[in-house]
Design a protein around this ligand. Structure first.
Ligand SMILES: [Zn+2]
Length: 95
């Protein structure tokens, strides 16, 4: 049973739902408890160099699979794939 993986219970940082996860493989974000944001990120959503104090007090917060999926969708929404080349090639413009 060397490969046995120990699950633990935690609260998702995204939706506050309690879920079980494997600590070694869970998606987690580093959060500065003082701001509730990742160290270096400001409340305005911009980032800057985190202070050593912020990095020191920051803790890893687990993210449940649902929120991981939502984050992926959000990322795809914000960064859509490049336009397919066909669109350009089929453009009946000058030859
Ligand atoms: Zn969640």
């Amino acid at each position: 049973m060397a490969d046995e993986q120990i699950t633990t219970i935690g609260r998702c940082y995204g939706c506050k739902r309690t879920f079980s996860f494997i600590p070694a493989s869970v998606t987690a974000v580093t959060i500065d408890p003082e701001t509730g944001l990742p160290p270096g990120m400001t409340v305005l959503g911009t980032s800057r160099e985190p202070t050593p104090e912020a990095t020191d007090r920051s803790v890893e917060e687990p993210i449940c699979p649902d929120c991981v999926n939502k984050a992926k969708q959000l990322r795809e929404f914000m960064h859509p794939p490049a336009l397919p080349f066909e669109k350009w090639q089929s453009n009946p413009g000058r030859d």
